[in-house]
Ligand binder design. Structure first.
Ligand SMILES: C[S@@+](CC[C@H](N)C(=O)[O-])C[C@H]1O[C@@H](n2cnc3c(N)ncnc32)[C@H](O)[C@@H]1O
Length: 247
C-alpha cells in the first residue's frame, strides 16, 4: 500500500468524458449542476443539519482500519476524507473517484490544505468506465489495483444506472473487501409530512429518492451492518463482499 501518493492529483479520463457526451439529458443536467455549484456544495448541501450524520454512521459501519486503501465513489468535494483519515491513518490511501472535474478540484484543495498526501483523485464516470481501465489508472496514480473497502455516500442514487457503478465498485475490491452505502429515501413515521421537502432536496441535487441503492448491500454482502438517521431519511448499510453465487 503506498503511503505517499500525490496529494490529490487529478487523473482525467478523456475516454469517459467522450462517452459522457452520449448520456441522456437528465444526466447532463445533473452533471452541469455539480459543475456550477462545486465551490458552494459544502455550504448548500445541508451537511450539518442533515447529511453529516449519515457519513459518520456510514464510515463507522464500513470500519476501515489503519493502512487500508478505501475507494470513495462519487467523492465530490471530499467531505468523507477527514473521517476516513482518522481510521486509515497516513499509511492508508483514499482513492476519490468522481466524474466532475470541478468537484474533484474542491477535493484536491481540501487534501492540500490538510496536508493529506495519501489522497488519489481520479476523474471517471462510474457508470461508463471500464473497471480494468479504472483499476489501471489507480495503479498509475500510485494506488493498489484492489482496494480494501469502498464507500458511496449520497452518490449512487444520482447515477441513473447505479447497478453498473456498483458492479465496478465491487470489482475493485480484494477478497473480503468491505463496502458501504449511505443514501436517501422518504422520511418515515412521524416525519412523513416532511417527505415533500426531502423529495425537493433530492430533486434539486439530482438524486432519485426511490433508487434505494443500499439494497445491493443487503442482497450481495455478508455480515450486513444497518443504521438509519433523520427519521429514516438516511439509510446506511455496510457489509463484506462475498464471491458471486455464494449468497
Ligand atoms: C451529492 S454528491 C455527494 C458527494 C459526496 N459523496 C458526499 O458525500 O458529499 C454526488 C457526487 O456524485 C458524483 N457523480 C454523479 N454521477 C456520477 C457518476 N456516474 N460517476 C462518478 N461520479 C458521479 C457527482 O459529480 C457528485 O460529486
Amino acid at each position: 500500500m503506498p503511503d505517499a501518493a500525490p496529494a490529490g492529483e487529478i487523473h482525467s479520463d478523456r475516454a469517459a468524458a467522450a462517452e459522457r457526451i452520449g448520456t441522456d439529458r437528465k444526466e447532463r443536467m445533473v452533471s452541469d449542476k455539480y459543475t456550477r455549484f462545486a465551490p458552494f456544495y459544502d455550504v448548500l448541501s445541508g451537511e450539518y443539519p442533515l447529511y453529516h450524520a449519515g457519513r459518520v454512521l456510514g464510515i463507522a459501519a464500513l470500519a476501515p482500519t489503519q493502512g487500508q486503501q478505501v475507494l470513495d465513489i462519487g467523492c465530490g468535494t471530499g467531505l468523507n476524507f477527514r473521517l476516513l483519515q482518522q481510521r486509515i491513518g497516513a499509511s492508508g490511501t483514499i482513492v476519490g473517484i468522481d466524474r466532475s472535474a470541478q468537484m474533484l478540484r474542491q477535493a484536491h484543495r481540501r487534501a492540500e490544505a490538510r496536508g493529506w498526501s495519501n489522497v488519489i483523485l481520479v476523474q471517471a464516470d462510474m457508470v461508463l468506465v471500464d473497471p480494468g481501465a479504472l483499476s489501471g489508472r489507480i495503479v498509475e496514480a500510485g494506488g493498489s489495483a484492489l482496494s480494501d473497502a469502498a464507500l458511496a455516500t449520497y452518490s449512487l442514487s444520482l447515477m441513473g444506472d447505479w447497478k453498473r457503478a456498483w458492479a465496478t465498485m465491487t470489482s475493485l475490491l480484494g477478497t473480503d473487501g468491505r463496502i458501504g452505502v449511505v443514501d436517501m429515501q422518504d422520511p418515515l413515521s412521524w416525519a412523513r409530512w416532511l417527505a415533500p421537502l426531502a423529495r425537493l432536496a433530492c430533486a434539486l441535487g439530482g438524486s432519485d429518492i426511490h433508487a434505494a441503492p443500499w439494497r445491493a448491500v443487503e442482497e450481495q454482502c455478508a455480515d450486513v451492518v444497518r443504521a438509519s438517521a433523520r427519521a429514516g431519511h438516511l439509510q446506511i448499510r455496510a457489509g463484506k463482499t462475498v464471491p458471486l453465487g455464494t449468497m
